[in-house]
Design a protein around this ligand. Structure first.
Ligand SMILES: [Zn+2]
Length: 284
């Protein structure tokens, strides 16, 4: 069985020192590729290096809405430069966030940063990973004015309703599910995943965040991987191998064999990231 972690942050300071080990463990369990998303100018170099070091890593560059306040005046030129020097990269993580998670970050400033990155993805014909919380009306409006997106828009850890799935799919969206889905009620989660067309479903971990909430915590992979020898509760750190738990959970909601969902989601991810120029093993 082949799996594809369509969205994660292996460059995160919480796990960077163990990234090599985490990748090997995940690869040994059948995870063939990881879309590693940068979030600000500070980590783009690191993401680029990981892409060079590990053939299974697809580097993605973007400015995440939570980090726009500290951007430099030349952030967009720097970003464009990363795509020039890393032709197989995708765009992400970018986004819109009106939830309490975004705190005081001004929404109109978020749009100022989001829109040109979405336009850049379209211009470069690359898939783009989008974080969207409580801002789907705005997202749809912007996607309508910038789109369509034949190279795909990844709605990572999709947190919208089932009702808007068809409209978003028509605009070129893919719907990616992570451990965050286990925090939604089972009935609602079921409605959402069942609304997604089978050629648009993806699986991800969002690690080191997005640890799935499961009945039996001992089924989780969760080494204490922390910088400086500090220990933190095991529950706080998610690792790519836990994509198997996401697979089981979503397959169960869909009432589908997990092998079938693995195959579908892997095939979708390979197709999508091939638009960025990535050469990945096919599902054969
Ligand atoms: Zn993310």
């Amino acid at each position: 069985m082949k799996l594809f972690d369509a969205h994660c942050h292996l460059q995160d300071p919480r796990i960077i020192n163990e990234a090599g080990q985490l990748i090997s463990e995940a690869v040994a369990s059948g995870v063939y590729a990881f879309a590693v998303n940068g979030t600000s100018e500070k980590d783009w170099d690191l993401v680029k290096e990981m892409g060079e070091e590990y053939p299974s890593v697809i580097p993605c560059f973007g400015l995440h809405p939570w980090f726009i306040v500290n951007r430099t005046p030349c952030w967009f030129d720097t970003l464009k430069n990363f795509f020039e020097t890393t032709p197989t990269a995708a765009v992400g993580e970018i986004g819109l966030d009106k939830s309490p998670n975004a705190g005081e970050i001004d929404f109109s400033d978020q749009v100022v940063v989001f829109r040109p990155q979405l336009e850049l993805a379209k211009e470069l014909k690359k898939p783009v990973a989008v974080h969207c919380l409580d801002a789907f009306d705005d997202l749809i409006e912007i996607m309508k004015s910038v789109g369509p997106f034949p190279s795909g828009v990844i709605l990572h850890s999709y947190a919208g309703s089932a009702e808007i799935v068809p409209q978003l799919a028509e605009l070129g969206s893919y719907f990616s599910f992570s451990g965050w889905l286990t925090y939604t009620s089972k009935e609602k989660a079921k409605e959402i995943v069942k609304a997604v067309p089978s050629d648009r479903i993806l699986l991800e971990t969002d690690c080191p965040d997005g640890l799935p909430k499961v009945g039996d915590p001992s089924s989780l992979q969760g080494h204490v991987f922390l910088k400086d020898g500090n220990s933190a509760p095991k529950e706080t750190i998610n690792v790519p191998e836990n994509i198997h738990i996401v697979l089981d959970y979503v397959a169960n909601l869909l009432e589908m064999e997990k092998e079938e969902l693995a195959k579908l989601s892997y095939r979708n991810a390979v197709r999508l990231f091939s638009y960025a120029g990535s050469k990945l093993p096919s599902d054969r």
